[in-house]
Design a protein around this ligand. Structure first.
Ligand SMILES: Cc1ncc(COP(=O)(O)O)c(C=O)c1O
Length: 412
């Protein structure tokens, strides 16, 4: 593979006109990602897979430059670039790179940065497909992975092998158990690259790069795009690191679609208001669940009962829009609840306008053994809730009614 990462960065990303430093993040969400607009107020949709070049010299320049935006869409695309510029702006990063999905981003990062014989430290509590990558696929390529309970920050540090560990990968809050990782401790680790999957929080809630981490990534399918109409991933970090990963990504090919990037960029404009409203409702739901007799435990960083509440207060602006809870009655109670809701939908994914419920033991974690599920904190009665944008009273009424059905099931 030709390494283009050292070459001219003239095509590299970055807002053409940086937003004034005084702008708050809400304003940045509006002004960001306009570098490709021309006179259009809205980012134009460039569906083209290829672009004309006037001369051979220009083709050669584009073919050998870093991250060209208008050469061939596997290398880059103006609509996708607009989304990338907006994410970089929101994360306070030099650069961002979009991918075909969150897993496209994660696989590309890991395989771009790790080679045979390398060592990776990965959090034990991870989204199931990310776990599969580390546990099932990395070993096939001779990449050794140590998985640790990263809620114990010191265990994370202790697992690093100086000179061999190239990557430390965490997800915070973790899907679906809502465990947190101390970003200051992660950022203080020297040697390996420190990568944070921040999908459950997003840039309005936590800012991993400000804690010294190297890369933040998202399944932008979720809150960033925010409308369940795009499948997309994105990473943000320093330009040279993003450029290196881009170089690998052109071969890996998990390329973002301009249609999805267009939808996601529109979603980003309203991210601050969506997140604020969803978090407000989530806090009310969490408070309500905590007092309910059908509920064993609520896992929400905005609750005082969260085992890492002080960490949440240190690194998160608020509890966010995701929560999970364990029902009295195990699998049957979980099944009953997710089938009983009527306003909320039983559907995987998160971060959209509709409140979604899932039963991880029968979906995302279905392929794990009970022991593996237990190690990740996924009980049979665990329900995950992605709080939407419906009126909070309607969401509460729906959840209350479904819990009533669960309690009734205990009596039947
Ligand atoms: C925390 C987290 N990371 C990554 C992913 C993968 O994202 P995608 O489905 O866009 O590939 C998911 C999907 O649910 C997730 O929850």
């Amino acid at each position: 593979m030709a390494d283009r990462s050292e070459e001219s960065a003239s095509e590299a990303t970055g807002p053409e006109t940086p937003a004034p430093a005084s702008y708050r993040i809400e304003t940045r969400a509006i002004v960001a990602g306009r570098g490709q607009n021309g006179t259009s107020l809205v980012a134009p949709l460039w569906p083209s897979s290829t672009f004309e070049t006037p001369t051979v010299a220009e083709s050669l320049r584009l073919a050998t430059s870093l991250r060209p935006t208008a050469f061939y869409s596997r290398y880059g695309n103006p609509t996708v670039r607009a989304f990338e510029e907006a994410v970089a702006e929101l994360e306070g990063a030099e650069s961002a790179q979009a991918f075909a999905s969150g897993m496209g981003a994660i696989s590309s990062v890991v395989l771009a940065l790790c080679s045979q014989g390398d060592h990776v430290v990965a959090q034990r509590q991870l989204y199931s497909s990310t776990s599969l990558l580390f546990e099932g696929i990395c070993p096939r390529f001779g990449i050794e992975v140590t998985s640790v309970d990263a809620t114990d920050a010191e265990a994370l540090v202790a697992a690093v092998i100086p000179g061999r560990t190239v990557l430390v990968f965490v997800e915070t809050p973790a899907n679906p158990g809502m465990q947190l990782v101390d970003l200051d401790v992660l950022g203080s680790i020297t040697g390996p690259l420190r990568v944070v999957d921040s999908t459950f929080a997003g840039p309005l809630v936590q800012r991993p790069l400000e804690h010294g981490c190297d890369l933040v990534l998202h399944s932008a399918t979720k809150g960033l795009a925010g409308h369940n109409d795009a499948t997309l991933g994105v990473i943000a970090g320093p330009e040279d690191l993003v450029g290196w990963i881009w170089n690998y990504h052109t071969v890996h090919g998990a390329v973002a679609s301009p249609y999805d990037a267009h939808n996601a960029l529109r979603g980003l404009r309203t991210l601050p208001v969506r997140v604020r409203q969803q978090a407000e409702t989530a806090q009310r739901v969490a408070d309500f669940l905590e007092g309910h007799p059908a509920v064993l435990q609520v896992r929400y960083p905005g609750l005082d009962s969260h085992p890492q509440r002080s960490l949440a207060q240190r690194q998160m602006a608020h509890g966010g829009s995701m929560l999970s809870f364990d029902l009295v009655g195990g699998w049957e109670a979980g099944r009953c609840f997710v089938e009983a809701v009527s306003l909320a939908h039983l559907a995987t994914s998160l971060g959209g306008p509709e409140t979604l419920v899932t039963h991880p033991a029968s979906t995302t974690a279905a392929n794990l053994t009970p022991e593996e599920r237990a190690a990740m904190g996924i009980g049979d009665g665990l329900v995950r809730l992605s709080v939407g944008l419906e009126h909070p009273d309607d969401v509460l009424a729906d959840i209350g009614a479904a819990l009533g059905r669960v309690a009734q099931g205990h009596q039947d």
